[in-house]
Design a protein around this ligand. Structure first.
Ligand SMILES: NC(=O)C1=CN([C@@H]2O[C@H](COP(=O)(O)OP(=O)(O)OC[C@H]3O[C@@H](n4cnc5c(N)ncnc54)[C@H](O)[C@@H]3O)[C@@H](O)[C@H]2O)C=CC1
Ligand SMILES: N[C@@H](CC=O)C(=O)O
Length: 346
């Protein structure tokens, strides 16, 4: 039986959700997936850090209060976040990286991924920054060191669109995609339709664990822009940079705009899209669009996301599922570990 030793980098909603899954489901995984997981280290800028090579009690981790330096309350814990020590020296086989997404330069998460990959440690991450901004370099580093760099949760949370499109649609010839790729903004638009103010809807999305640390990234389209870059580069072999993607968000859409759209049988949606042009180049954008209610994406509500892949052989293939959420995104980390087990497991 394989036991994976995992260190968690960032211990906010997603990695705490992952610890919850470990606490609740390790025995089930042994039977169903052929491995178990031992958490050997955790580090978080706000909470501090802890290393225990014999394993930490996942239930105790989940119950840790959200207080500055809280890891110092546990035996062997520290109020300081010793990120480098936890990543390089906790004895982990896999690092689960879930710190803030930095949409500008992807740091410091990219450095965390590099530290792990350079030291022969697999990386699973839900962080969009390292992949959108430094994906090619990190993937090459992982390949050189014959280890895995997996990031299914970076687009549409636990809904497995990256692997589905890359593996199950291989050969169908994806020519483009359009989708609702941000849970928070779709939640906000849905709640505003039901009468909530923009600010209250954003606050709710934060409380539910959907929003980025700075929700401007959600409502101004910057988060979707990273996801569009990731999908376009993965599926269309594009080499897009963030600056190649025209981007606007939903903050200028008023309650009146939404009510008027409803009265006309339409809905506002934040759409990320990319298309391969006749000359082979890829054009991508993020913008709020007014969709007729007969459009397949118009009925997608709340934090649910959906993406429609335009394929040469099958026409449109549309996938819908959770686009945000703590446990939903933690599931994506599990699916990445399953992929590692399939490719590298003993
Ligand atoms: N929450 C969601 O629904 C989804 C989140 N993601 C991504 O997953 C990542 C984690 O998301 P959440 O857990 O919701 O965020 P969060 O804001 O709840 O937690 C992030 C944690 O990282 C810690 N952190 C920040 N900078 C750090 C550093 N330099 N060193 C160590 N720790 C640091 C923070 O103290 C915080 O506890 C983000 O990159 C987010 O964009 C991706 C898909 C869905
Ligand atoms: N803040 C993001 C989280 C997932 O990437 C969203 O709301 O979609």
């Amino acid at each position: 039986m394989t036991e994976y030793k995992i260190a968690l980098v960032g211990f906010g909603g997603v990695n705490r959700g992952f610890a919850q899954l470990v606490a609740d489901r390790n025995a089930e995984w042994k039977e169903a997936l052929g491995f178990t997981i031992k958490i050997v280290g955790v580090t978080d800028l706000f909470l501090g850090s802890i290393v225990a090579k014999d394993g930490l009690d996942a239930k105790q981790l989940v119950a840790l209060p959200v207080e500055k330096g809280a890891f110092a309350q546990l035996p062997g814990g520290n109020a300081e976040a010793f990120n480098e020590t936890v990543i390089k020296h906790s004895g982990a086989d896999i690092i689960a990286e879930a710190t803030f997404t930095n949409p500008v330069d992807g740091e410091p998460a990219t450095t965390f991924c590099r530290w792990a990959l350079e030291n022969g440690i697999h990386v699973v991450t839900t962080n969009k920054g390292p992949i959108a901004l430094h994906g090619a370099e990190l993937k090459a580093l992982a390949r050189r060191n014959q280890i895995a760099f997996e990031y299914e949760g970076a687009v549409m949370s636990g809904t497995p669109v990256i692997r589905l499109a890359k593996q199950a649609l291989a050969g169908a010839n994806v020519q483009g995609f359009e989708g609702i790729l941000n849970g928070t903004s779709n939640y906000v638009l849905t709640q505003m339709k039901d009468g909530l103010t923009f600010n209250d809807a954003v606050l709710q999305a934060q409380q539910l664990g959907y929003a980025e640390a700075d929700p401007t990234a959600d409502v101004e389209g910057f988060d979707v822009r990273l996801k569009v870059v990731i999908l376009a580069n993965e599926l269309l072999n594009a080499r897009l940079n963030v600056s190649d993607v025209a981007c606007s968000g939903i903050s200028s859409i008023s309650a009146q705009d939404i009510a008027q759209a409803s009265a006309n049988g339409a809905s506002w949606k934040l759409i990320g899209s990319a298309v391969r042009e006749a000359d082979g180049s890829v054009r991508a954008s993020v913008e709020a669009r007014l969709l007729s209610n007969s459009h397949p994406l118009a009925g997608i509500s709340g934090a649910t996301n959906a993406v429609s892949f335009n394929t040469e052989l099958l026409g449109a293939v549309t996938v819908s599922g959770p686009g945000a959420g703590r446990i939903e995104t933690a599931f994506a980390l599990l699916s990445d570990i399953v992929a590692i087990h399939t490719a590298h497991g003993k």
